[in-house]
Design a binder for this molecule. Structure first.
Ligand code: NAD
Ligand code: USQ
Length: 397
């Protein structure tokens, strides 16, 4: 299959490119290195040293004998993207190429606008190019469980049957996004659904939970193939952050009461889910939503697990409640369905001591690269309210 991976230099995109290449597919990756730039701008970096995209591709070729093509450019640039689609004629497009951080999107007006511009316009350009160049191709788009928020009812996979005034219909599940990043994913979903209904495209929206871990079968072949691993307050996700904090003796940063519950999955399961979606494409005109996570945990449960594993490994681990920089429910009902990927054959890697210990190993190996000041949360969802005063000009822009 000809596969285009948008965002193929990223945390999930690079391992995905190697997986499909290893399976014998013709893979092209597209990236504009925005994620590397965002780190440069805030003087942070991946814990794992990552090589340039060019070097990664060369090492992959040497180790596996397989070729991955790269196109460097921005998917917000319609002309560039359209040319890539016209030249590569993908049968499957896997779209990771967005700004993925909720805190980044809440940092300032400029960052929120950049996030929605990158995410919504990039995806819109893609839909037009697919309509015009490869209308039969399957779009696999990375969405997020955070599109749904934390409603006080069970979360279905994309759609819910509603009875209203004696009539029933199956409609998109209500959305209560938790940040302006999560809101950008809701806007994407609306646009993708539209493109399937009106232009007959085929699409799978993968509403993914929080990913943890760094090792995949392919990245294990050579250290230079490793993917990025972030732990800073902006780009690090919670379990990855807690593992770094445990090793360096920083108190685990549980925000607020710690009852915030989300769906989680191992990076290995991300790759398998995307593979299952590609092997079982949506029909023409079909918009499918799969909830992509394997287990649910509260933040406090994750902190307790990391503390227990850390102490077994000889680290002194404390858990500290930090004033929650986000506006989110800290005690709430959470029960989301994730049946569709299981029905396609997903065999989850559950979270346990072994995974946490292996992440500790990676952290210990790269301990001298840790930038301590990047750990403490600083980005507030509502800075004016929390500080009880008017916003400064710097905070407003
Ligand atoms: P990432 O930032 O590591 O990867 C995204 C890649 O896209 C980066 O390499 C970046 O440079 C590139 N990119 C961004 N804007 C671009 C543009 N305009 N043109 C070309 N390339 C661009 O993030 P990730 O953690 O790998 O996430 C990938 C996708 O999965 C994102 O859409 C994210 O929202 C989604 N997701 C991630 C998680 C998670 O826990 N990591 C969970 C749910 C959903
Ligand atoms: N949290 C803490 N302490 C920390 C970091 C986070 O208590 O040090 C809490 C947050 O308040 C939140 C939960 O942990 O309640 C998850 O936060 P996160 O930063 O791990 O994840 P989130 O901001 O939701 O975003 C991540 C990815 C994003 C993806 C999303 C999936 O960055 O790309 O879309 O997970 S989901 O959460 O299901 O929407």
């Amino acid at each position: 299959m000809r596969i285009l991976v948008l965002g193929g230099d990223g945390y999930l995109g690079w391992p995905t490119a190697m997986r499909f290449s290893d399976r014998g597919h013709e893979v092209t990756v597209v990236d504009n290195f925005a994620r590397r730039r965002w780190h440069l701008e805030q003087s942070t970096d991946s814990l794992t040293p990552i090589t340039s995209l060019e070097d990664r591709i060369e090492v992959w070729h040497t180790v596996s004998g397989n070729l991955i093509e790269a196109r460097i450019g921005c998917i917000e640039d319609a002309e560039f993207l359209d040319q890539v689609i016209a030249e590569t004629l993908p049968e499957t497009v896997i779209h990771y190429g967005e700004q993925p951080s909720a805190p980044y999107s809440m940092r300032s007006r400029k960052a929120a606008v950049e996030t929605q511009q990158t995410n919504v316009i990039g995806t819109l350009n893609l839909l037009f190019s697919m309509r015009d160049r490869v209308p039969d191709a399957h779009l696999i788009k990375l969405g997020t469980m955070g599109e749904y928020g934390t409603p006080n009812i069970d979360i279905e996979e994309g759609f819910i049957e509603i009875e209203h005034n004696g009539r029933t219909d199956t409609l998109p599940f209500p959305k209560l996004p938790a940040s302006l990043y999560h809101a950008s994913k809701v806007h994407d979903s609306t646009n993708i659904h539209f493109a399937t209904r009106v232009w007959g495209l085929r699409a799978t929206d993968l509403n993914q939970g929080v990913v943890y871990g760094v090792e995949t079968n392919e990245s294990g072949l050579d250290p230079r193939l490793t993917t990025r691993f972030d732990y800073d307050e902006t780009f690090g996700t919670v379990l990855n952050r807690f593992c770094v904090q445990a090793v360096v003796g920083h108190p685990l940063t549980v925000y607020g009461a710690g009852g915030q519950t989300r769906g989680y999955l191992n990076i290995k399961d991300t790759l398998r889910c995307v593979e299952l979606a590609a092997e079982n494409p949506a029909e023409r005109g079909q918009y499918r939503v799969f909830n992509q996570f394997t287990e649910q945990f509260s933040v406090s449960e994750l902190a307790e697990l990391v503390k227990q594993c850390g102490e077994e490994a000889g680290h002194h681990v404390s858990i500290e409640t930090f004033p929650n920089p986000r506006v989110e429910l800290e005690h709430h009902y959470y029960n989301a369905s994730n049946q569709k990927l299981l029905d396609l054959g997903l065999e989850p890697h559950p979270l346990g001591v072994e995974l946490v210990q292996s992440v500790f190993g990676i952290v210990a190996e790269n301990r001298d690269r840790i930038i301590q000041r990047a750990i403490t949360p600083k980005t507030k969802w509502n800075p004016g309210e929390l500080e009880g005063g008017a916003l400064s000009v710097a905070q407003r822009t």
